[in-house]
Design a protein around this ligand. Structure first.
Ligand SMILES: *[C@@H]1O[C@H](CO)[C@@H](O)[C@H](O)[C@H]1NC(C)=O
Ligand SMILES: *[C@@H]1O[C@H](CO)[C@@H](O)[C@H](O)[C@H]1NC(C)=O
Ligand SMILES: *[C@@H]1O[C@H](CO)[C@@H](O)[C@H](O)[C@H]1NC(C)=O
Ligand SMILES: *[C@@H]1O[C@H](CO)[C@@H](O)[C@H](O)[C@H]1NC(C)=O
Ligand SMILES: CC(=O)N[C@H]1CO[C@H](CO)[C@@H](O)[C@@H]1O
Length: 375
């Protein structure tokens, strides 16, 4: 059987599984508070890497941390473990949807009524593959994030709401922001290119992501938001030339991955009933900011990290120096550290994700439309 055919069979089997489990779901209604304006979204469940982590790694044995200044210098609560100066894309998307802050899974106080607007499972340094991020320590792999969601979070959510996940999850966004580390901290850093072409590696990554998305669909997820990879090669990682990929190789990898991701999402939508998604094209959004005149974007510095990046923190030239300096005008910089955008860029991404009318920014619809779909 060809790979393409086996993928279709997998999709077909999941489809049967999904319709069986929703047919046997109990008829208990979820006790949701009513929102105005047709927005049916109660919260968000978040999966992925540091771009969307909001403090999980504070609790884990890893060098991938943002639990020190200058991270959080512009966040209302100060340093929280977010890998930027202020709010990340998840916080800002939540603002657009009028949701409260979503608590991090690893925080022991994340339980009971605190989870009814969602939980963030994301963990810095991780990728789609289980071994991505191990170089920096023991963060939570995407597989484990999905397992934690199923075993811990959904069980608690059902207890809180008094209804099945197949009934409640269509009212939540499933947000997945992952993939860059599979190239930077895995394919390039571990020199996998000596054994496997980037095309094959990318096809495998997408197959693995497809399985995770189908698991989330089977659990009841119906409204997915995925972020494309940023132009990784533009990020100001210090210590170039380094071992985590040249700028052109990283941008090529991101483009390849993004093209496959779009194909995958279109295919899932065709094969799984009520599977809906928004692909937030961070690559185009950031490229556009990079190449537009600073007089129109406000970003006077598109190349340098705002904070002082060190090699002593994690050793790969991405993280801010612990207790180090940050630039004064954070809204004029695109990058806060060697990889992560400033809050000012996150505002652009979240605003476009929510409201853009251009398919090269939010595909095929925007998050506002996704939120209003009646399922
Ligand atoms: C901010 O701090 C307050 C008081 O400690 C806490 O209740 C709240 O959950 C924090 N919010 C975030 C987003 O960390
Ligand atoms: C990694 O973390 C998991 C769960 O937090 C724990 O069970 C495991 O023992 C840890 N492994 C190492 C090598 O520290
Ligand atoms: C950025 O996007 C705007 C709006 O679509 C467009 O007019 C402009 O040409 C783009 N700029 C670049 C440099 O791509
Ligand atoms: C979202 O997209 C739709 C269709 O292009 C558009 O009408 C709407 O203005 C966009 N933004 C919001 C906030 O709905
Ligand atoms: C299919 C399924 O998971 N059904 C469960 C729905 O929730 C009730 C409790 O509210 C369970 O008893 C069912 O087993």
């Amino acid at each position: 059987m060809t790979k393409e055919a086996s993928k279709l069979v997998y999709l077909y089997l999941s489809l049967i599984f999904a319709s069986v489990s929703s047919a046997s779901a109990s008829t208990v209604k979820c006790s949701f508070k009513q929102h105005g304006s047709g927005n049916t979204i109660q919260g968000m469940f978040v999966f992925g890497s540091s771009l969307v982590d909001n403090g999980n790694n504070n609790f884990l044995e890893t060098e991938s941390k943002a639990d020190y200044l200058p991270y959080g210098i512009d966040f209302p609560n100060g340093t929280t473990g977010r890998f930027t100066n202020g709010k990340n894309v998840i916080d800002l998307l939540g603002d657009q949807l009028k949701l409260p802050f979503i608590p991090p899974f690893q925080d022991p106080s994340t339980k009971g009524s605190k989870i009814v607007h969602g939980v963030n499972h994301a963990s810095g340094s991780t990728g789609i593959l289980d071994d991505t991020g191990l170089v920096l320590g023991n963060a939570t792999s995407l597989s484990q994030q999905v397992k934690d969601f199923e075993v811990v979070t959904l069980a608690e959510l059902e207890a809180e709401l008094g209804c099945n996940s197949s009934q409640s999850l269509p009212s939540y966004l499933i947000v997945v922001g992952v993939g860059g580390n599979d190239y930077m901290l895995n394919y390039f850093l571990r020199k996998l290119y000596l054994q496997i072409s980037i095309e094959t590696f990318t096809a495998n990554l997408i197959d693995s992501l497809a399985q995770k998305l189908q698991e989330l669909y089977i659990l009841g997820g119906r409204k997915f938001v995925l972020t494309s990879l940023m132009p990784l090669g533009y990020s100001p990682v210090i210590n170039r030339p380094n071992h985590i990929g040249t700028p052109s190789a990283l941008n090529y990898a991101a483009q390849l991955y993004n093209a496959h991701l779009k194909t995958l999402l279109d295919s899932l939508k065709t094969h799984l009933s009520d599977f809906n998604f928004v692909l937030v094209d961070q690559y185009n959004i950031i490229s556009n900011l990079t190449y537009s005149p600073p007089s129109t974007t406000g970003f006077k510095d598109i190349h340098n990290p705002c904070c002082t990046v060190s090699l002593s923190q994690g050793g790969i030239g991405i993280s801010c120096d612990r207790g180090g300096k940050a630039c004064d005008d954070r809204t004029a910089y695109m990058y806060f550290d060697g990889l992560h955008p400033t809050e000012a860029v996150n505002v652009q991404i979240a605003t476009k994700a929510y409201a853009s009318t251009q398919q090269d920014e939010a595909y095929p619809i925007n998050v506002s439309q996704l939120a209003q779909l009646q399922i």
